[in-house]
Design a protein around this ligand. Structure first.
Ligand SMILES: [Zn+2]
Length: 417
């Protein structure tokens, strides 16, 4: 992976920030967030987050962190709201905060009352004692992070430069766990989040960004070493069957479907997707879960699979089977929750057409396209993960906790507006 850093561009962003009475650091943070967001093999659509710590005119420390609803590739200063840093650090050694308490703490410390909600990873960004903190879900990292027992391999690849964080749910728990691992490994330059992604940090914008590029490159080299080719984004060149599309549209727009009013179908058929949908173990692999936890809110825990010649009746049958599977997943997992949960709709967001390609579904064109982009990246990560070892993402219980996490559901609502 190549660094996209360009000093002239960086200076332009720093100057623009100065002209707007903001700090140079915020300008550089906007710049490096955008070059991260510009690479689909680092982050996609609202994925990943970045922060910068600055000192206000009155001497108090602030942290700018990505706000909910913003994408890194188009981020601007309002998408990186500032918070008072000191009160965030106080909770580090305190009791566990509930989701509501954490959001309240973050909102209470925002400088602008009308700012978007800070990222759910804000506390981890705050705890890490570096000016710049970058977090991505890079494709090469996911191919390796979704493997069983990677602690020793991560150590072999990165030595003491990257510390290993076993999977914990994003939010408060990950912030505490990540901070603990950092403190046990002083001098590390990054955190490897099992089943999730990577953090890098430095006091210099370029250094933090280029550590990310360097560590992702090392993951690519590890795949190479194992004889695994990680393909880059590919052209969507497979032929779409318009008759099948019509049958799908009719089946999906039945009454009581979330797509009753409108359904958008985003078809993808790249060579990596065709490899994946032709895999003889497709059912097994597709049901294991999503490549990174937050994908589950957009594409559900697993796709539905149909044959290329499926009739409308066969599609309806597949939808029913999907709903039954989804309902039992919900019931099994809702039973162990302390608070009652309300089941979301039991329709897939991804429909795989065996040997051909895949459809991402949305009730808006944008939702379908976003889901399609996530699947395109996920497919490349899964193919590489299977070629390297065994694609092993978070299990059903963790997928459920993520899908039914109130903070993730809130994110979707923000995105809908
Ligand atoms: Zn993440």
């Amino acid at each position: 992976m190549q660094s996209r850093w360009n000093d002239e561009d960086a200076n332009r962003y720093a100057e623009a920030a100065r002209a707007a009475s903001q700090s140079d650091a915020l300008g550089l943070r906007i710049y490096s967030s955008r070059i991260i967001g510009g690479d689909p093999d680092l982050v996609l659509h609202g994925g990943g987050n970045t922060s910068v710590k600055v000192v206000a005119d009155n001497g108090s420390k602030l942290m700018h962190i990505k706000g909910s609803g913003w994408d890194l590739d188009t981020i601007e200063a309002p998408g990186l709201p500032a918070l008072h840093l000191a009160p965030l650090l106080e909770v580090r050694d305190g009791p566990k905060l509930s989701d509501l308490d954490m959001v309240a703490l973050l909102r209470r410390n925002l400088i602008a009352a009308d700012a978007p909600n800070p990222s759910v990873e804000a506390l981890l960004h705050a705890f890490l004692p570096f000016t710049f903190v970058d977090h991505t879900h890079a494709t090469a990292i996911l191919a390796l992070a979704d493997q069983p027992d990677m602690r020793e391999t991560v150590k072999r690849i990165y030595g003491s430069r990257v510390a290993y964080v076993p999977y914990v749910m994003p939010g408060f728990d990950l912030s505490i766990a990540g901070d603990l691992v950092y403190r046990e490994n002083p001098g590390c330059e990054g955190l490897w989040l099992e089943n999730h992604g990577l953090f890098t940090f430095a006091n210099d914008a370029r250094k933090s960004y280029e550590l990310m590029i360097e560590f992702v490159t090392m993951a690519e080299q590890e795949l190479d070493r194992a004889g695994v080719t990680l393909t880059g984004p590919q052209s969507n060149d497979g032929q779409e069957d318009q008759d099948l599309k019509l049958r799908l549209e009719r089946a999906l727009s039945q009454s009581n479907s979330p797509f009753e009013k409108a359904v958008f179908l985003d078809y993808r058929s790249t060579s990596a997707i065709r490899d994946y949908v032709a895999n003889e173990r497709l059912e097994d692999i597709a049901r294991r879960g999503t490549v990174t936890p937050d994908h589950v809110i957009r594409i559900k825990p697993w796709p539905m699979i149909i044959e290329a010649d499926a009739s409308e009746a066969a599609i309806l049958e597949a939808l029913e089977a999907y709903a039954a599977r989804y309902r039992s997943y919900f019931e099994r997992n809702a039973a162990r929750q302390s608070e009652p949960k309300q089941m979301l709709d039991a329709y897939p967001r991804v429909i795989i057409v065996r040997h051909k390609g895949m459809y991402a579904l949305g009730s808006t064109e944008k939702a379908a396209r976003i889901a399609g982009d996530l699947c395109e990246q996920a497919t490349r990560a899964i193919n590489a993960a299977e070629a390297y070892g065994k694609f092993t993402p978070i299990g059903e219980a963790d997928l459920f906790d993520m899908e039914y996490w109130s903070l993730e559901q809130a994110k979707l609502k923000v995105a809908a507006h």
